[in-house]
Design a protein around this ligand. Sequence first.
Ligand code: PRT
Length: 106
Amino acid sequence: MKNTDVLERLAVLMKERKASAPENSYVASLYRKGRNKIAQKVGEEAVETAIAAVDGSHDEVIAESADLIFHLMVLWADMDIRPEEVYAELARREGISGIEEKNSRG
Ligand SMILES: N=c1c2ncn([C@@H]3O[C@H](COP(=O)(O)OP(=O)(O)OP(=O)(O)O)[C@@H](O)[C@H]3O)c2ncn1[C@@H]1O[C@H](COP(=O)(O)O)[C@@H](O)[C@H]1O
């Protein structure tokens, strides 16, 4: 099993947490608090990742990055955005990357 499969498993779990909201679930508690709270957590974790990159260690950046990706995935699920939609946008950009740079060179 690849470690990246964890993203697929998390996406499935986040949908399940929307369908049934167990009292002791952190993900369900975020849905209950609402979109603004989830967005706030994404912002906080992004800032913590940036701070770790400047002041922290390799391991701290890894830990903060995991928090950031996790909370971003909660936000996607809350907005009914499928991870595949984000991956498709990244794939689309593979075809256009470098265009601006080439244009600026004339
Ligand atoms: N990957 C994670 C994960 N990463 C971080 N966290 C939680 O994110 C929270 C972030 O902590 P903070 O200190 O930033 O926030 P806080 O103090 O809890 O609350 P705030 O007041 O800041 O909102 C912690 O409670 C962590 O436990 C996670 N909680 C769950 N998961 C995954 O989600 C799955 C489902 O979790 P439940 O929904 O809880 O069953 C788990 O099995 C894990 O795989």
